[in-house]
Design a protein around this ligand. Structure first.
Ligand code: SAM
Length: 220
């Protein structure tokens, strides 16, 4: 339950120096803010791929399951120890319930990318409120994303794919990326290739459904 993990009362109360020791300056402050958040990061495959693609960007995975979070922590520490180029210092993970505590971790307009990759489908109608994409949670994501920031969603469950897309289409603060923009974004192909869940779907020859939207500056 929530009582088993610490909950920062505001983003200023999160001690990220423990997460990103190589990005700490002499005054003991972190030199930059986290920009990417992988929500429900599972085993961390996406973060690990993004780490070398954006070596100067700080990113965090948020994961509810304790053992999975510990696994990702160990995985990152091992990569840091063995990387000859000094990579993987820019990624970390926290155990938290992202459906409750996103604003406790990020300030308004702080993030430039948020990922929701293969989230749990919660099929029954009475459980739709447990889905990580919903109209009211999109308000929170729009708050922590900067204008121009991108939200990436993917699933192998058609019904959930339609749900996430329709929530994003209906929300006044998001607009769909064009095909041209999707084709030129190197992150898009990682959604399937880099995640453990995406690799599983690909092995089984399954189909995937994406919805990738931009946080706009103003609602018209
Ligand atoms: N994104 C990963 C991938 O694509 O390989 C993992 C997908 S897995 C099917 C969904 C993950 O979301 C699980 O690891 C689960 O523990 C996590 N999760 C579910 N609800 C969550 C919540 N409220 N906050 C944080 N993580 C959550």
């Amino acid at each position: 339950s929530d009582s088993h993990f610490p909950i920062p009362i505001s983003p200023a109360h999160v001690d990220f120096s423990l997460h990103f020791p190589k990005f700490i300056e002499a005054n003991n402050k972190i030199s930059k803010k986290i920009e990417f958040a992988d929500i429900g990061c599972g085993f961390g495959g996406l973060l690990i791929s993004l780490a070398t693609l954006f070596p100067e960007t700080l990113m965090i995975g948020m994961e509810l399951r304790d053992k999975v979070t510990e696994y990702v922590k160990e995985r990152i520490l091992a990569l840091r120890r063995t990387s000859l180029e000094g990579h993987y210092e820019n990624i970390s993970v926290v155990r938290t319930n992202s459906m409750k505590y996103i604003p406790n971790y990020f300030e308004k307009g702080q993030l430039s990318k948020m990922f929701f990759l293969f989230p749990d489908p919660h099929f029954k109608e009475k459980n739709h409120r447990r889905r990580v994409i919903s109209n009211h949670l999109l308000d929170e994501y729009a708050y922590v994303l900067r204008a121009g920031g991108i939200i990436y969603t993917i699933t192998d469950v058609e019904e959930l794919g339609e749900w996430m897309k329709s929530c994003l289409e209906k929300h006044p603060m998001f607009e769909s990326l064009t095909q041209e923009e999707l084709d030129s974004d190197p992150v898009v192909e990682l959604l399937c290739n880099a995640t453990e869940e995406g690799q599983k779907v690909a092995r089984n020859g399954g189909q995937t459904y994406r919805a990738i939207f931009r946080r706009i500056a103003y609602a018209s």
